[in-house]
Design a protein around this ligand. Structure first.
Ligand SMILES: NC(=O)c1ccc[n+]([C@@H]2O[C@H](COP(=O)([O-])OP(=O)(O)OC[C@H]3O[C@@H](n4cnc5c(N)ncnc54)[C@H](O)[C@@H]3O)[C@@H](O)[C@H]2O)c1
Length: 168
């Protein structure tokens, strides 16, 4: 029973709404607050740990998900699994460290879904090495994926988002 305050600090159950109705209403409110129905989400690093969970969660919330990763087979397998749940999902291969690859990705997603509402930059790499062993190539690659890639893809997605919303 949901308690409500009455008079001199006395607590008594709400006379109006039974508990089970409360929980149904609550679930409906939460569902509508977090609904992504009609939205298109682009998730990079979708084949990885965090990207996969976010992709499945956004698809469950109703979004059509564009799954992007450098690992094509794993990404396609995830897209197929999400489609089997009755959701919309498409796999795209991308190397976020390459500007042209990011542009192709955005073009492909817009061709397929006509819009992009949400971008999740989750692609990333890390190499755990002793400080003195880190080469310039390793350092540059990490920055190219984790920093420049995020910037360039965000920039590429901003174009269609500005058309859609008037701002990114
Ligand atoms: N897991 C954590 O606790 C944690 C904490 C803080 C930050 N992060 C960072 O968040 C990001 C995601 O974490 P995760 O645990 O899911 O990592 P993960 O390694 O499981 O997934 C990263 C995904 O990015 C993809 N990827 C790598 N290089 C790419 C490229 N050039 N283009 C496109 N895709 C590429 C990989 O194929 C992989 O599927 C990583 O950058 C990670 O360093 C993770």
């Amino acid at each position: 029973m949901t308690p409500c305050a009455q008079g001199e600090g006395k607590i008594s159950p709400s006379p109006r709404v039974p508990e089970e109705k409360h929980s149904v209403q609550g679930a409906m409110i939460i569902e509508s607050l977090f609904s992504l129905q009609g939205r298109v989400a682009l998730i990079t690093g979708a084949a990885g740990g965090i990207g996969r969970v976010l992709s499945e969660g956004m698809a469950d919330a109703g979004a059509a998900v564009a799954l992007a990763d450098v690992r094509a087979d794993e990404t396609e397998a995830l897209a197929a699994a999400i489609r089997r749940e009755g959701r919309q999902a498409e796999a795209f291969q991308v190397d976020v460290a390459r500007r042209g690859s990011n542009r192709d990705l955005v073009g492909g997603v817009v061709d397929r879904f006509e819009r992009i509402d949400i971008l999740v930059n989750c692609a990333g790499i890390n190499r755990r090495e002793p400080l003195l062993d880190v080469t310039e190539d390793t350092f540059d690659r990490i920055l190219a994926v984790n920093l420049r890639g995020v910037f360039q893809l965000s920039q590429a997605v901003a174009g269609p988002m500005i058309i859609l919303y008037g701002r990114a």
